[in-house]
Design a protein around this ligand. Sequence first.
Ligand code: ADP
Ligand code: 5GP
Length: 189
Amino acid sequence: MSNKVIIFSAPSGAGKSTIVNHLLGLRPDLEFSISATSRAPRGKEQHGVEYYFFSADEFRKMIAEDKFVEYEEVYAGSFYGTLRSEVERIWAKGHAIVFDIDVQGGVNLKRIFGDQALSVFIQAPSVEVLRERLVGRGTDTEEAIERRVAKAASEMEFAAGKFDYVLVNDDLAKAKAEAEGLIDEFLKK
Ligand code: ADP
Ligand code: 5GP
């Protein structure tokens, strides 16, 4: 296996973290890409664990120095991106890189890495089920849930035809097995 990347994108609540964490626990040859960001750490987040944290000025300087494979200003003043050094760090260990990234970022990464990349869009069986899962997760206010659900509908439309696979996460055990199969096949190539 050499220099491969696996990209997971999904509307919030579709089950991306659940499936990605399952795969990372199963396969020691996969490694999660830690993004750089200029937003402030939340709660117990640590530099080099959840993100690499920088000031907006430091981030802009690194953009000028061409240190990023890709970056986006996701919210005004809050930059997020993938450092070239992170990609090199993971490939140097012989691991495949796993990206957990929003839909736009996923499409950008697939364009950058081409055949080296497997891009998977995870989708809930319906918008109603997505809403139920977000309610069940219990981490968002009612307002935030409605915002995420509305965004999900436009993300699904935008994603159509832009990913290598669409994985419908209905029965979780089946979705995990399907994801395992996709990765086995891709890493064998
Ligand atoms: P995301 O990372 O895409 O925002 P999560 O992985 O946090 O989504 O999943 C959202 C919620 O739905 C979690 O509470 C998770 O346990 C639950 N969940 C994930 N997949 C399924 C499934 N197939 N059936 C029922 N609940 C699920
Ligand atoms: P949060 O601040 O909630 O951790 O992340 C906000 C958003 O930034 C999410 O939609 C997430 O997918 C996106 N994001 C995280 N890392 C990257 C990255 O490296 N590149 C891009 N383009 N977006 C990212």
